[in-house]
Design a protein around this ligand. Structure first.
Ligand SMILES: Nc1nc2c(c(=O)[nH]1)N[C@H]1C(S)=C(S)[C@@H](COP(=O)(O)OP(=O)(O)OC[C@H]3O[C@@H](n4cnc5c(N)ncnc54)[C@H](O)[C@@H]3O)O[C@H]1N2
Ligand code: MOO
Length: 415
């Protein structure tokens, strides 16, 4: 289906649903090539290959308590055992437990051979040469067996896992110094508009501060990208073409905002049609209707988002972020979604899937979505408060307070 604006000599647009456009965007790239990184730099990266354990965890039978390594059968209340040795954590000797005695041991120290349990110090008089037993424990008590957690050769992390703090700890514990991950996508952000001035500069009538660039750069970095450029240019076709060519040469993905609609000075649209292999799209969504997708000369993918700040924010979430996650090599590229209860009623345009900013209230235990900021795509004031997007299907025009709604969770999660 195409959308040809009446009267004007404007280029035709492909009309698509949000899901159709998201699929077209995801087709732009697969995961980037593998690189090796130190485990200290692995957080937020996706593994390019499975990781196997290089050691057992625990690597040897280990005490879970401060106390005495014993044979459980020797324990009777009131019995006194000779303390044959003292094994602190870090003791690398191979110690043996003589018959009828105890070895003082600390948490994390290797259990002497011959011992089958650790008697916590609280169940004794704490003696250092002789120890009085005040209670008993069963065989196996407080002993962490070699390999009970992880065995050498076990696959502990899989290709496509995005590593959080837990994964980094596991890599270190299982003996890894470096891991193979996918390269971070290098992203260049281009804002267009002659009305844009840098934050901090005084505003003349007709001017606004450039906010999409910093906003998208922050979102891309949070998604795991390496933001290599954040540039703003005037609505000048020659300048936009030159900047796009420069950015294409240094990035794996170029993201633009503004100038993609039907205006007389919508220069991104014109630059992409002049130089790129790109498609102008009318997406049946609100906000985010005008989009373009394609490749720049040299093959660098380009996504052109609408200029309204909320439109670019939402478009990033549903189009750019999944592509970045795919390039990063993540197995799951989409945000978590779940059902929440709508706090207030809403209306939505027929034939456009609406994504409304919301704040989730968890105070009752189940999520309640409170809309923030209104439907206008210029309403930045409440954007920082939004931690979810309420997802209203194309054919739904009215929802009453208390209705169940699908929400996209915007909060960051590891993995
Ligand atoms: N006649 C029509 N006009 C418009 C239509 C339409 O279908 N017919 N669609 C509207 C919709 S929906 C959107 S969304 C916008 C998108 O247009 P552009 O992508 O060409 O964006 P601009 O016109 O350049 O800017 C829109 C708006 O956003 C502000 N802006 C742009 N860049 C930035 C930035 N980097 N930082 C902050 N704010 C920015 C800009 O000043 C405008 O106010 O088109 C509608 N029009
Ligand atoms: O699609 Mo525009 O993004 O509705 O405001």
């Amino acid at each position: 289906m195409v959308d040809a604006p009446a009267g004007a000599a404007l280029p035709v647009r492909t009309v698509r649903s949000l899901d159709e456009h998201a699929a077209a965007v995801l087709a732009l790239s697969g995961p980037l090539p593998a690189v090796s990184v130190a485990i200290g730099d692995a957080r937020g990266r996706a593994l390019a290959s499975d990781v196997t354990a290089a050691v057992d965890l625990p690597p040897w039978d280990s005490s879970a308590m401060d106390g005495y390594a014993v044979r459980a059968a020797d324990l009777r209340p009131g019995v006194v055992l000779a303390v044959a040795d003292d094994v602190p954590a870090g003791d690398t000797r191979t110690v043996e437990l003589p018959a009828g005695s105890a070895v003082r041991i600390m948490t994390g120290a290797p259990v002497p051979s011959g011992a089958d349990a650790v008697l916590p110090v609280e169940l004794t008089d704490g003696g250092t040469s002789r120890v009085r037993v005040d209670g008993g424990v069963a065989a196996g008590a407080h002993v962490r067996r070699r390999g009970e957690d992880v065995r050498v050769g076990d696959v502990v992390l899989r290709a496509g896992d995005v590593m959080g703090a837990g994964a980094v700890g596991l890599l270190a514990a299982t003996g890894h110094v470096r891991v193979e991950v996918h390269a971070r996508p290098r992203v260049a952000v281009l804002s267009t508009g002659s009305e844009l001035v840098s934050p901090g500069e005084p505003l003349r009538h007709g001017q606004i501060h450039e906010s999409n660039g910093p906003q998208l750069a922050a979102a891309a970095a949070a998604a795991g990208a390496d933001v290599v450029a954040v540039v703003a240019v005037r609505d000048d076709l020659t300048a936009v073409r030159a900047v796009l060519a420069d950015l294409a040469a240094r990035a794996d993905l170029v993201v633009t905002t503004g100038g993609v609609s039907v205006g007389a000075y919508d220069v991104v649209r014109d630059a992409l049609l002049a130089d790129g292999d790109a498609e102008l799209v009318h997406v049946r969504m609100q906000p985010g209707k005008p989009q373009a997708v394609g490749v720049l000369p040299g093959g660098t993918p380009v996504l052109a988002l609408p200029g309204n700040p909320v439109s670019s924010f939402v478009s990033f979430e549903v189009f750019v972020r999944p592509l970045l996650r795919r390039m990063l090599g993540a197995r799951g590229v989409h945000r978590r979604t779940f059902t929440a209860t709508l706090a207030t009623g809403l209306r939505s345009p027929a034939g456009r899937r609406q994504l409304l900013r919301a704040r989730l209230d968890w105070s009752t235990g189940a999520p309640v979505a409170e809309l923030v900021g209104g439907p206008g795509s210029h309403l930045l004031g409440a954007l920082a408060r939004a931690d979810a997007l309420v997802d209203v299907p194309e054919d739904v025009t009215d929802l009453a307070a208390g209705s169940p709604v699908a929400v996209i969770d915007l909060r960051e999660h590891d993995a």
